[in-house]
Every structure is written in C-alpha cells, then in structure tokens.
Design a protein around this ligand. Structure first.
Ligand code: SF4
Length: 304
C-alpha cells in the first residue's frame, strides 16, 4: 500500500528527478556528477523503484497548487533506464493527473536514442534537452565515453532521431575553458542544427579542497594539485572551469550576433532571463533569484 498523499504546497516548486542517479554511459571530462556514485553503497540499485516512482508522481502532482505540472528527468543518463520505464511514468501521470495538465522535460546526452525513443517522445509530447557542446572538435574535446572515445557522431545520430519523429527539443551547451574561446562558432553551429532554444551552462568546478579531502572520498584529483587549498583559502578552479571574464565575453559576443539577426526567432535562455529580471518579473532561473529554494533535485533513492 502506498503511503498517504502529500498536501498541496502554498506555491509551486520544481523537482528534477534523477531516476538513475549518477549512472551514465559517457564520461565527460568536466562532469561533477559521476563521482556522486561514491556516496552510495557498493551494491546500490541505480534505479528508482516502481513503488517510489509511483509515490513521487502521485505526490508531485498532488503537491502542486496550480493546474499545470512539469516533470523533469535527468541523469546520469536517463535513457539507460529504457523506454518502458518512462511508459510507466506516463501511465502513473495519467492515473494521478486529476484534471491537471502534465508536461515532461527529458535531458539526455542523445547517444542512445533510437526510433523507439523518438516515437515515445513524440507520442507523449516530451520536450527533450539535448546536451551538445558545439561542432565536432569542440564537443569531442570533453564529451567522451568511458573509453575516452568521441561522442559527437552518436549525438548527431540521436539528434536526427529527434528530427525524424518531430520531437520538440532544445540544446544544452556546457561552456568550459576550451569552448569559451569560440562563441560565434558555437552559436552558429547550434542554429545550423535547428536549435531554437539554447541554454548555456558554465562549467564552474573546484579542485579538491580540504573540506572534500576530509570526507575521505577518492576524488580524482587533478595532476597539478600538489597541495589542496587550506581552510579559509579561496578554492582553486579545475582546468575545465570557465574563467568568469571569459564567460562574460563569450555571452556578449553571442548577444551581439543574436540581437542583430535572431530576436524573436532564437531563444537564448540567459538573454530571456536577463530581460525578465530587467522588467522585474519574479522567478525564472534559481541562481538569478533573490533566494533559491523552489528548484529541487531528487535522487533515485528519494533523497531530495
Ligand atoms: S552526459 Fe552528463 S551525466 Fe553523463 S558524463 Fe556527461 S555531463 Fe556527466
């Protein structure tokens, strides 16, 4: 029997579900998330159980005060769970919708997409967020698999699946110390592959510091890290991290390009958020809000 249902919250909130935890088929050089595997037991089952999934779907819908509920699935790589897992998700959503409109967002590295996924996304109106860092050389600079092999061709194959099935998609592009040097090239590339909704995500990754070292975890320390920063010392950034000034220059160059040709045609998330902040609209991206706290992430075991 499922536990009692949650009561509606006074305001809406957002939960990103990581139904497979930090398990992924890729091994992107800047990924901060794969190492979270070490927080769990050796024989961990990397999958949200059916019962937990049902409770989550039921309570997430019930707890939203408004008529629309948006689910977001991310990983690791959620396609590793298989299409049938997400058929269950949709079945639970239908079971507990109670007249509310349900939307689904699904973030993937794209490498495992096939026709079954394409048909499923199209049939159920999923919005797919495809992670791609730019043209082949820039993408492959960091986004590699467990054997260090490039992933660009597989991602483009996945993109073609989305196009073939007319799945709505946007792109998520990590800006790191390599790609930050090529703003216009990346922007033009994203337009050329049909992305109309573009998100940039700055890679801001610290080197192992004393706090992390004290946890005793086997983090892969970068080779140049001989002495971790001492307590109170500002953290040093990893070699993949994007320098602040360079990230600003990157966005300015793209803005100059966008504002001349693409206003109303291409949506760059950061420009939209900046505009809405300028107009005094509340909400939007949590790190532009006065206080964070309405955007949560849930692990496969239910940890929030
Ligand atoms: S695809 Fe995402 S989760 Fe997987 S290794 Fe790359 S950044 Fe990490």
């Amino acid at each position: 029997m499922l536990p009692e249902t949650s009561k509606p919250a006074s305001d809406s909130f957002h939960v990103m579900a990581k139904a497979i935890g930090p398990i992924c088929n890729l091994d992107c050089k800047y990924c901060f998330y794969l190492e979270k595997e070490q927080f769990y037991l050796e024989n961990e089952k990397w999958k949200m159980s059916d019962e937990r999934l049902e409770v989550f779907v039921r309570d997430y819908i019930a707890a939203q005060p408004g008529p629309e509920v948006t689910f977001a699935f991310q990983g690791g790589e959620p396609t590793l769970l298989g299409v049938d897992y997400f058929r269950k998700v949709v079945a639970f959503q239908k079971k507990y919708a109670q007249g509310k409109t349900i939307a689904n967002a699904f973030r993937t590295n794209g490498t495992l997409l096939d026709d079954a996924w394409g048909a499923f996304f199209a049939e159920n109106n999923f919005l797919v967020g495809l992670s791609i860092d730019g043209p082949e050389d820039l993408h492959n600079a960091n986004r590699v698999d467990k054997k260090g092999r490039d992933s660009y061709k597989e991602v483009m194959r996945g993109l073609n699946i989305l196009r073939k099935h007319e799945v709505e998609f946007n792109t998520l592009t990590c800006v790191n110390s390599v790609t930050v040097q090529h703003p216009v090239r990346i922007y033009k590339f994203l337009k050329s592959i049909g992305s109309k909704y573009i998100q940039f995500i700055p890679i801001v990754e610290r080197e192992v510091d004393t706090a992390a070292a004290k946890l005793g975890l086997d983090f892969a320390a970068p080779p140049d890290l001989e002495t971790p920063p001492a307590d109170g010392e500002a953290p040093r950034m990893s070699a993949h991290a994007v320098p602040a000034q360079a990230y600003g220059d990157f966005l300015c160059k793209i803005f100059d390009n966008w504002v001349r040709r693409d206003v109303g045609k291409i949506y760059v998330q950061l420009f939209d958020v900046a505009l809405s902040k300028w107009l005094g609209v509340k909400g939007g991206l949590c790190y532009f809000s006065e206080t964070c706290g309405r955007a949560l992430a849930m692990e496969h075991d239910g940890d929030l």
